[in-house]
Design a protein. Structure first.
Length: 312
């Protein structure tokens, strides 16, 4: 008698499949893609407005996804209709609100301020997970966050801690903190994602909601100040932020949070200043100093401490 084939989730992935599917590597992939988003955003800031880049990011991402996910979305249409409020909440917090506040904040705050405040994301997530779900916060997690935060401080302060005393809270800083808070809420609430909704369908629905929510604001901006100037570099920049930070990074992040939990994923956010520094050196010609090397080492140690499993 021929036995039935094993379910897809039970079949061995092989060495390459296991490597690609490792939740820790998925987190690294997400950080690389999101760091690249910042590099592209800085490089094309004079040519593409933040709202324009955000809108086309979600719209093109939706067009890229639909040929592969339309059937999956259609199959769970009843589930979408039942949980549309929760899905809209995810969109407002994790896709639209966070991005809009972050882009707006960068008009008023400094790069040092924004980088330092982004490093507080793990603290936000841990506190929210404790408040909402009573998740325990272990001493090693706290130590890991502190060590990696020290690495971030070393990078953004250029090794001069005295420069931190000149930081001032302004409107941009407050908007950045609000954006980080919204992303942290999104991450903490991912465990409530409707059961039975495939990851690709879930991401497609959120991106569709984001595109629709940003459409009226984009149209107003285009009418008032004009749209983006058509050019090959501008097109490539928009395609990159649509395919990698918008689609692949979000898929990697959601899968990793589902596998490891929000608390253990959050410290990986500290990799973004590290990866962003390396990308800035390679693509923007910025200088690499000793403080970068020290910061990278501290960040990696902190991520390891905060994400390592407890001994049984």
């Amino acid at each position: 008698m021929v036995s039935a084939p094993a379910p897809a989730h039970a079949r061995p992935l092989g060495a390459i499949g296991q490597l690609v599917a490792s939740p820790y590597l998925l987190l690294v992939y997400a950080m690389v893609f999101w760091s690249g988003n910042g590099i592209v955003g800085r490089a094309f800031a004079p040519a593409i407005s933040p709202l324009t880049l955000s809108f086309w990011r979600w719209t093109i991402a939706l067009l890229l996804l639909l040929p592969f996910t339309a059937r999956a979305v259609w199959r769970v249409r009843t589930l979408i209709g039942r949980h549309w409020r929760l899905l809209l909440l995810y969109t407002v917090f994790g896709l639209v609100g966070c991005n809009v506040l972050t882009y707006a904040a960068l008009h008023d705050t400094t790069a040092v301020n924004s980088s330092l405040m982004n490093s507080t994301t793990p603290i936000f997530v841990m506190c929210l997970s404790f408040v909402l779900f009573r998740d325990p916060i272990h001493l090693r997690q706290t130590l890991g966050v502190a060590v990696s935060l020290a690495g971030v401080v070393a990078i953004v302060s250029a090794g001069r801690l005295d420069s931190l005393g000149g930081l001032a809270i302004n409107r941009g800083d407050l908007m950045m903190l609000a954006g980080i808070g919204l992303w942290s809420i999104y991450t903490a609430l991912l465990r409530r994602k409707p059961e039975g909704m495939p990851p690709m369908a879930f991401v497609t629905v959120l991106i569709a909601f984001a595109s629709l929510l940003e459409l009226p604001f984009y149209l107003v901006e285009a009418a008032l100040v004009g749209g983006v100037r058509p050019s090959l570099p501008n097109l490539l920049a928009i395609v990159y932020v649509a395919a990698f930070p918008a689609v692949l990074a979000l898929l990697c992040w959601n899968r990793a949070v589902a596998a490891l939990g929000a608390n253990r994923c959050a410290p990986f956010v500290h990799l973004m200043p590290v990866i962003g520094t390396v990308m800035a050196v390679i693509f923007l010609g910025e200088q690499f100093g000793a403080h970068h090397a020290i910061g990278i080492a501290l960040v990696l140690v902190g991520v390891y401490l905060a994400s390592r499993r407890r001994a049984v």
